[in-house]
Design a protein around this ligand. Sequence first.
Ligand code: SF4
Ligand code: SF4
Length: 361
Amino acid sequence: MKCLKDFEADLNKCSKCGLCQSACPLFDLTQNECAVSKGKFIMLHGVATGRLKLSKNINKYIDMCLKCGKCNKFCPSGIDVTQILSVAKYEYMRTTFLGKVINFLMSKYVFGNFIKFGQIISKPFRPQKKAKEGLKVVYFKGCVNQICPHTDNYLNKIFKNHPIEIIEPDFECCGLPFLSEGNLERFEQTAKYNLGLLDRNFDYLVTDCASCESTISEYSKYFPEIKTVPDEKSVNWGNLIALRGIKFRFKKPVTVTFHKPCHLKNDYFLTKILENCENVNYVEMDNYDDCCGFAGSFGVKNRELSLKLSKKKAENIKKTNADYVITTCPSCVLGLKQGLIATCKTKVVSLLEFLAMGAEG
Ligand code: SF4
Ligand code: SF4
């Protein structure tokens, strides 16, 4: 397992140019240099070289990050903030009592069994699977869909008349919560377990969570020795629906807008899907790819900042006067809801929930 010392050269590459500040939503909100990668790297370089102690205060700034990766795209030195923060978190958590408690809660015995329990109690509410010949897709459900049966019902409606075989191995969580909390051993265990379940004889690995999709595609970054899924085979349901040219017809005219999750690789599918939707009017919101403010544990640890970001997003949604705001990440659904709550008529729905409303009967 890597340690912060291994990233000393990367941290040293930071030229303090400040370009990351122009991209970081948290710097924009707080004007605090420690909220953005530049300030975090200065602190962590001090830790890596032994001049600073990895203190509670530094940990506060490690946690003050959406892991949106927007700064990475601007950084001329190409420093990967998310990987460095995960390693820093790993070092901090190993030294604290709270870290040990959180790691226990994330273990297979607690977290893993909690998801298994959710699967069992939601089973009666899921549609019966009928064997179908056709495109062979492996569905990576993610934790939320393991517990909630709704998405299975939406997929059933959308693909009712389409030849597609959906295979659902007994995957674990994608591992993002473990990575964010610096539990790198658990992340490694999960990544290897998930990849071990793939028999490689499939057309696509599909998710409906942008964070799961991006985490799976990053397994190789953390574990170069393991064989991962090629990018062109790892897609989300939006890509697949667009590719199949599935048509949707809404009974009454509706206006929609779209929120692009930070972790969504691309949203080319949206235009194609909207072209195939009858009675749907699309209005693009300002800054449609700005963070929803939730960002997993960030939303719990940084409540005030999280709410401010969600409210900012809500203002842009309200201006569209849309009936629905659609997105492709269960965590973003929560972020959008916390911003919009009781303040506007726009309903937050996942892409699949929305399309199921217009699916052929
Ligand atoms: S990942 Fe996002 S929130 Fe974190 S420092 Fe970079 S731009 Fe800011
Ligand atoms: S953009 Fe990169 S090199 Fe410039 S200050 Fe930010 S982290 Fe450092």
